[in-house]
Design a protein around this ligand. Structure first.
Ligand SMILES: C[S@@+](CC[C@H](N)C(=O)[O-])C[C@H]1O[C@@H](n2cnc3c(N)ncnc32)[C@H](O)[C@@H]1O
Length: 219
């Protein structure tokens, strides 16, 4: 099955699960991610009004506000998405943001970016060869000195066969030419986080965290 068909099939089954994410858990996890992303990116990139970012697999644009808070603006934020209904969502909610439609692996443009970002996209891409092709494309799309920004989970979910973890070793292998990198663990694992609700910060110790945030810099 092609990557596009795979993704379409996977996401058909996922649409009705969104209520899981409207919870204390998602609020705490989003706040943690927002703070840590801003801190980590600052160590690598000085964002001014010309610094550009491309998010591959943006969904309906749920990360655009975080990108704005980081200092990017609607002229310097670019997104990409494969699924037509999600592309429509971006256009509806963020009409000023430029979107490259279709499979990120096929993006064919002259432009390069200072930051190329992916958030929980690779865990939907199940085949190793597609993961390598996508990482290679992200790297090609980076300016010299630019950064890959990575957020994804490092453990499998036994109840969801449509996703597959990307562990730290694999992520590092996807960006072998990076000259400087940093990876941190974050996000209290969902099965625990959903149970503890407002006690998120109390339980959020490193060995209970399920995701990593990473930056990989190009020379
Ligand atoms: C779990 S969602 C994450 C959405 C968003 N990045 C976020 O953090 O909320 C993964 C998204 O990646 C998209 N996607 C997966 N493979 C893709 C590809 N090869 N090219 C473009 N988008 C892709 C899916 O359609 C889906 O919208």
């Amino acid at each position: 099955m092609s990557l596009q068909k795979n993704i379409e099939e996977q996401y058909k089954n996922r649409l009705d699960k969104s209520e899981l994410y409207n919870s204390d858990y998602s609020r705490f996890a989003d706040a943690e991610r927002s703070i840590k992303t801003k801190q980590l990116v600052k160590e690598f990139l000085n964002i001014n009004n010309k610094t550009t970012v491309l998010e591959v697999g943006s969904g309906q644009g749920g990360n655009i506000n975080l990108l704005r808070e980081m200092g990017f603006n609607d002229q310097t934020i670019f997104v990409n998405e494969l699924l037509p209904e999600r592309i429509e969502g971006v256009k509806r909610n963020y009409p000023a943001i430029k979107i490259f439609e279709g499979d990120a692996i096929e993006i064919n443009i002259d432009q390069k970016f200072d930051c190329v970002f992916q958030s929980t996209v690779f865990t939907s891409v199940l085949k190793d060869e597609d993961r390598i092709a996508l990482a290679t494309k992200m790297w090609e799309l980076l300016n010299p000195g630019g950064i890959i920004l990575w957020y994804d989970f490092i453990y499998n979910n036994p109840n969801n066969k449509d996703i597959r973890k990307v562990d730290v070793k694999e992520v590092k292998k996807l960006f072998p030419k990076s000259v400087k990198s940093k990876i941190i663990k974050l996000t209290l694992a969902p099965p625990i986080g959903r149970r503890v609700g407002k006690l998120y910060n109390l339980f959020n110790v490193p060995f209970l965290r399920s995701h990593i945030l990473g930056v990989f810099q190009k020379q």
